[in-house]
Design a protein around this ligand. Structure first.
Ligand code: IMP
Ligand code: MG
Length: 368
């Protein structure tokens, strides 16, 4: 793993993989352009390594020119392209091979094609070392692609993150796990609320309690709240997709969050899969599922004790209390399995002082 600025990246492709891709492109371009004296129009800055390796392998007459356009800031294309440096000398009547490091949205290529049309070139072809088909928004065909990659941010071999990483020989990909996303389980009375509040402050996480999110949406009569209410009024269960939409809205309200504590969700395997999908769409994932475990007998005692002073009817009836635990154990069993299979399940002993339990939780979270 490497760090560039504020982001972490992990190895994605080796220098050898890259050379294979370059070779493939070089061979095809050689076949197509050997007697055309093409101009390689290199898109700066990112394509300089690719261009160097590619053009060395083109053993026929050719010329070289550079163009510089700017659209990227950090991890995202801004959409506005400006020409920083134009092609010299004129490309009029020439066969031009655009050499690009990576095609993402296609905005850059579109701008370059426009320039080539204005220049009245004889023909043009696009060669890009990398191409992200899922991100591509245009319909111009890409004539030579070294390698298709998933829609994630990469650096190395000329490609940068805020200017850094161009000198790496291998290709690195932005680490998915920039956030700490916790799924928190705990039976009633285990001290989940208390611990969630402490953990949230300590790691600067956003605590998303599904119950609170529902109440908020219903109370404020949001579109999602209205939709949920319609199901409830009919006596139907709110579908997972709607719950996920509410969570997504909550997550999107906090784009700067270092992560989230999901509390009261997921309740089913389908919901757990939906949560994975939501986080994946943000290039992230569940870091771990942490369950506060307290022996049922101790909890029954605790709740009965609490019932004496709280006056909560559901805390006074032992059989009702036991029912709540049974329900909890049944519901969480499949989720424990779900996260265990991914090696993400962590049981934490929930008996002790608040500080002791927090210390156990942070020991687990720091390892994630
Ligand atoms: P497009 O205009 O969205 O197609 O983006 C093309 C330009 O954005 C490339 O020339 C790169 O400079 C930059 N770019 C796109 N994706 C990445 C990436 O994953 N890593 C680094 N730069 C990228
Ligand atoms: Mg570029």
């Amino acid at each position: 793993m490497i760090t560039l600025g504020d982001k972490q990246f992990e190895k994605y492709l080796s220098a050898t993989d890259v050379q294979h891709a370059v070779n493939g492109v070089a061979v095809r371009i050689g076949d197509d352009f050997k007697d055309k004296n093409p101009v390689f129009l290199v898109v700066l800055n990112g394509a300089f390594f690719f261009a160097a390796d590619l053009i060395k392998r083109f053993t026929y007459p050719c010329e070289l020119s550079f163009i510089k356009v700017a659209s990227y800031e950090g991890l995202h294309s801004s959409g506005d392209i400006s020409t920083v440096m134009g092609a010299e000398p004129s490309l009029k009547g020439r066969h031009v091979i655009v050499v690009e490091d990576i095609v993402d949205s296609g905005n850059t290529i579109e701008a370059i094609i426009e320039i080539l049309n204005q220049e009245q070139v004889a023909s043009y072809a696009i060669a890009s070392l990398f191409y992200k088909p899922e991100a591509y928004l245009k319909s111009f065909p890409l004539d030579y692609v070294g390698m298709e990659i998933e829609d994630r941010f990469i650096v190395g071999y000329g490609l940068d993150y805020n200017g850094l990483g161009r000198n790496l020989k291998d290709i690195y990909i932005l680490k998915a796990q920039q956030m700490t996303n916790l799924v928190l389980f705990g039976p009633p009375g285990a001290g989940k609320g208390t611990q969630a509040a402490l953990i949230k402050d300590r790691y600067e996480l956003v605590h998303i309690s599904t119950g609170d999110v529902f109440r908020y949406n219903m109370k404020n009569n949001t579109e999602l709240g209205q939709a949920a209410k319609a199901y409830m009024d009919r006596g139907d269960l709110v579908p997972d997709s709607l719950t996920i939409d509410m969570l997504r809205a909550e997550v999107e309200k906090n784009p700067q969050a270092k992560g989230f504590i999901f509390d009261g969700f997921p309740r089913t395997e389908a919901q757990a899969a939906a949560l994975d999908e939501l986080l994946e769409s943000m290039n992230s994932s569940v870091s771990g599922c942490v369950a506060l475990e307290v022996d049922t007998e101790i909890l029954v005692e605790r709740l009965l004790e609490r019932g004496k002073t709280s006056g909560r009817a559901d805390d006074q009836d032992e059989s009702k209390i036991r029912n709540r635990f049974d329900e909890y154990n049944e519901k969480t069993a499949v989720l424990k399995d779900y996260y265990r299979k991914q090696d993400k399940f962590h049981a934490v002993d929930g008996v002790g002082s608040i500080d002791e339990i927090t210390a156990r939780l942070t020991a687990v979270i720091d390892q994630l």
